[in-house]
Design a protein around this ligand. Sequence first.
Ligand SMILES: [Zn+2]
Length: 246
Amino acid sequence: MNKHPDPPWALRDLAGILFPQRCPVCDEPLAFGPRYHAPLSAIPDPYFHPDCFKKLKILACAAKGPGPILSSSEHVWSFEKLLSLLHYNEAARFSVARFKYHGRQDFSIPYGRLMARYLGDAIRDLKGDALVPVPIHRSRLCSRGYNQAALLAWELERHLGIPCREDLVMRIKHTDAQKELGRRERLLNMKDAFRLRRMPRELERIIIVDDIFTTGSTAESLSRVLKEGGASHIFVVTLCLAGAGE
Ligand SMILES: [Zn+2]
C-alpha cells in the first residue's frame, strides 16, 4: 500500500485562514494550504504562484553551486566570496520593495527557503561560524519595525543550522539616499557606518547576509569592521545581485 502521509500543518499555515500568505512576486494572496514544512525541493514552490516564480531569475552561479562571482580586478574586497540568489530584475525589484518598505516581512520565509535551496550547499562549504545580517540604524528599525536582512539570516539559520548573530555589530550612521550615489561616493558614505560591539574569539569565519548587493559598499564596510575585530575570513550572501545575470 502506497499511502501518502497527511500534509504536515504548522501553526503558521493555519494562521493563513485569517492572514493569507501572499506570493512575494505579485503580492496577491496564495490559495490556503500547508506550506511551512514543505520540503525545500518542492516543485512548484508552494510559496509562489507558478507563473510568478518564472519571473524570478535565479543566477546561474546560484543554480550551479559554489563559485566566486566577483572577478573584476578593479575591485579589491576584504571579503572572499559573494553568493547571490537572484538577478535584481523588475520582478525582484518590486518584490524586495514590498519586503523592505511595505511591511511584507513574511517574504523572508519564501526567500530564506529559496536561498537555502539554491545556495545552501555553497553556504555550508564556506564553513561559517556565524551569519551576521547587515544591521540597520536604530531609528530605521523603529520606523520599519524589522530588519529584512536579519529576517533572511534567521531563516538561513533555521534551514542550515549556522547561528545568526545580530549582536556583534551595530549601525551608527544613517545612510540615506545611497541609490543616488556612485560607487566611490557610496564607499565614502558607508565609512564608519558600523561599530563592533563584540567579537567572540571562536568566530573566525563570518557570513554577512543582506538583501541586495549593488556596489558592495555596505558589505565592504561591514566586512572591514569584522576583520578589524579579529575575524579572519568574511563571505557575503545576498538575496539579489544588482547589475548581473542578464
Ligand atoms: Zn504571484
